[in-house]
Ligand binder design. Sequence first.
Ligand code: HEC
Length: 249
Amino acid sequence: MRLLKFILINLFFFGLLKAPGLFLGKPIPASIVSMYMFFIVITVLLVMTITDKGAKGLFAPIAALVEDPSKALIRNIVFVIVPVVAAFVVYMQSNDAFAPPVELRSAHPAPPAMVKAYGKTFDLATLENPYRRLAKEGPVAFSALVREGGEVYFKNCVFCHGPKLDGRGHYANALDPLPMPFSGNDTIAQLQESYVFWRVVKGGPGLPREGGPSISSMPSWEASLTEEEVWKVILFIYDYTGNTPRSWK
Ligand code: HEC
């Protein structure tokens, strides 16, 4: 009886924690539910075993199951079914675990042909930085844009990519893979601006599987930077490092 009570009380609280998800469409995160359940089960156990009599009553059915000779059949059934169910649950959860881990990370995976962002579709094969032509046509306006790009950089990117754009920002030591450096002629100099645009807009989550989508901390900026800001920060990272983007020519 007491064991049943124990189970029912815990089920009641479990239901209470699950209710917002089931009825209001606002689920409590599973990790929080399991944390709360841990404390609830411990508390109920403490309260119910506070006297010796209570503890005996609670554990009597379990003891009887293991010890009582007349319960041999139930005992055998329970001891077969429980491991089988446990094995089944583990098996179902581990489906993906047999796939080999993606160890070799390609730093510059092939980009998609099209990128959807800002309510448009960009064709990466023809996409160009709309401000790039100003470098020749209007140097004054161009350096103003580079400055604005610098502001975007130092507000958003410096923490990871570093004040010297060498990939050694404050957070860098905690990140794996490391933030990419932009300095040096083997980095963004090898990339077209459309590629860089894709990387900034879609970030780590936009990487194909070979790029290790789940491990890159590079954020996707499409929600927090405008299209213009992205193009300007790209102007800045090339300008500051003295690199020129790769072009089709
Ligand atoms: C939380 C840290 C973090 C922040 C903030 C961050 N990045 Fe990154 N970024 C990374 C990491 C890590 C990589 C390398 C892994 C990858 O390629 O996704 C990366 C890669 C890149 C690349 C690809 C470079 C290449 O050679 O392929 C570009 C471009 C880039 N970041 C631009 C930016 C810009 C612009 C900003 C600011 C608007 C920014 N990042 C902010 C962590 C960050």
